[in-house]
Design a protein around this ligand. Structure first.
Ligand SMILES: Nc1ncnc2c1ncn2[C@@H]1O[C@H](COP(=O)(O)OP(=O)(O)OP(=O)(O)O)[C@@H](O)[C@H]1O
Ligand SMILES: [Mg+2]
Length: 481
């Protein structure tokens, strides 16, 4: 599923981008986000995957160019296009600092802009493929390129859901459902251990919902005194409590039409739970110290790293609120339950931090991936990212990340138990999932060895032909080219 690309435009107040917007989103089907300021553009960049940024300046201004120069450092992957009224030799000098892909002179020609954006994205895609191929070639020393290899160097291309990177079945399934859930109006509950990507998922959902044009506001509910949390979300009247020196709107009303992300929802008080329930049921907001009931339209996404179900059983969390919150429920699996995500994540973080630190790293060596795959990662993806960031900082230009740069704790991690050995790698957490994943691999290999001659493979495995046919069907096995 190839996505057409996302473009952010940082527009000057009063300038008219309507025909460009039309060309980019109608003719080319790009997703276009119009930001009114640099700050707004940065919030967008932190939430969604952006491919290209367009900034503009008027006569005697340089805010747009400065923004692009900053982007070169903070988000070097994003292609930069500049729109300016002036031409001449001075321009060339100033352009160099932002290393822009192309500049366009005002008045802007929408068709020309469309073409420039298309070419820019094509160029980047070609560069990406070239990078992958030349890396494969280097690792394999060229000669091994087409020979059979024991290591999984030809890894499947990773998938993305906004900023989430993954290849595992578990994540693919979860993100597919999340894409659908995003389109509905139901509240969403996201659970999972610390550092698994709950907030990233919440942001991805908001930006894939019909509310993406309205704000996503975030409230961490952990460690907040009840009164403060109530007033943050529902607002207050002046004088409602000591320190309430003026009226406060509250997050729910500030996010009207958009989404509120309530993090660490397990930590809220019983009385807050009642207010939240009322809000979910009736859309009613009553600011502290006011008896006026106001209405607003906000979608709630809540997250917790403590399982709410257990808290409900212990009567520490209201059951009716729990049921209301989980219009859709997502459990982000811990990293150790999806070890095949480790390689693409490590590569992704290596590239990200190499860019950020201005390092030229060739990639992550297979021995590092091997070691990382044994790690327990109690801090999940966050811990993996920290490890890679540290390794990039220690690595030398023009090299791969090697086990030399790894932190002692991870280096010492014992290899995981690998039942069956022989390069079989179980997937999943439960015994049933792991056994099934092994069975699938064993049957698949027997078939491949016997060139899909099913009677021979069945004999080898000690199965009847019908028994083998059932397993092929059950695991969707197909001959690979
Ligand atoms: N699948 C992923 N792809 C890329 N980056 C990820 C992924 N999952 C997590 N991260 C990164 O790991 C870090 C932790 O993610 P996030 O803050 O979403 O986790 P969390 O589940 O909300 O953690 P906590 O419970 O501690 O708040 C972030 O820097 C995020 O960018
Ligand atoms: Mg979080």
């Amino acid at each position: 599923m190839e996505e057409p690309g996302t473009v952010v435009i940082i527009a000057r107040p009063g300038s008219d981008w309507s025909s460009s917007l039309e060309v980019l989103s109608e003719r080319y089907a790009y997703r276009v986000v119009l930001a009114g300021s640099a700050a707004e553009a940065l919030t967008t960049l932190s939430s969604i995957h952006v491919d290209l940024a367009i900034a503009e300046d008027n006569e005697n201004e340089s805010g747009g160019l400065d923004f692009l120069a900053g982007l070169r450092v903070s988000h070097p992957d994003i292609i930069r296009v500049y729109v300016t009224p002036k031409s001449g030799s001075m321009l060339e000098q100033t352009l160099a600092k932002a290393a822009i892909f192309q500049f366009l002179l005002k008045p802007l020609d929408a068709a020309q802009l469309g073409l420039v954006v298309e070419r820019a994205l094509e160029t980047r895609e070609l560069a990406r493929r070239h990078r992958i191929l030349s890396r494969e070639f280097k690792i394999s020393g060229g000669a091994l390129m087409f020979a059979e290899r024991k290591t999984a160097l030809f890894r499947p291309e990773s998938q993305r859901f906004e900023k989430l990177v993954y290849v595992s079945e578990q994540m693919a399934e979860m993100c597919d459902l999340a894409r659908q859930a995003a389109q509905t109006e139901l509240p969403i509950l996201i659970q999972g251990e610390t550092g698994t990507g709950k907030e990233l998922l919440a942001r991805a959902i908001h930006y894939n919902s019909l509310r993406r044009g309205s704000p996503l506001l975030v409230q961490n509910c952990g460690g907040m005194p009840d009164e403060l949390l109530q007033s943050e979300l529902f607002g207050h009247k002046r004088g409602a409590f000591t320190g309430a020196i003026s009226d406060r709107l509250g997050l729910f009303r500030a996010a009207d039409g958009g989404t509120v992300f309530l993090d660490e929802i397990s930590e809220v008080s019983p009385s807050f739970q009642v207010s939240l329930l009322r809000f979910l049921q009736e859309g009613e907001v009553k600011p502290l110290g006011s008896d006026k009931v106001l209405h607003c339209d906000v979608r709630i996404i809540a997250a917790s790293n403590r399982p709410l179900k257990a808290l409900v059983e212990r009567r520490e969390f209201r059951q009716d609120l729990y049921f209301r919150l989980k219009g859709f429920e997502f459990e982000v699996p811990p990293l150790r339950a999806r070890p095949n995500d480790i390689a693409p994540l490590a590569e992704f973080f290596a590239a990200k931090h190499a860019d950020a630190l201005g390092r030229k790293i060739l990639g992550v060596s297979a021995s590092v991936i091997d070691k990382l795959s044994n790690g327990e990662f109690p801090g999940n993806v966050r811990e993996l990212e920290n490890e890679i960031r540290r390794m990039v900082a220690l690595a030398r230009d023009g090299e791969y990340l090697t086990t030399r740069n790894m932190s002692p704790a991870l280096l010492a991690a014992a290899p995981r138990e690998r039942p069956g050995a022989g390069g079989f790698q179980p997937e999943g957490v439960t015994l049933k999932d792991q056994v099934e994943s092994l069975e699938k691999q064993i049957v698949g290999r027997a078939l491949a060895r016997n060139h899909w001659n099913q009677s021979r493979a069945a004999t080898e495995l000690g199965l009847s032909r019908v028994g083998l046919a059932n397993k092929i069907k059950r695991y969707n096995l197909v001959p690979s080219g």
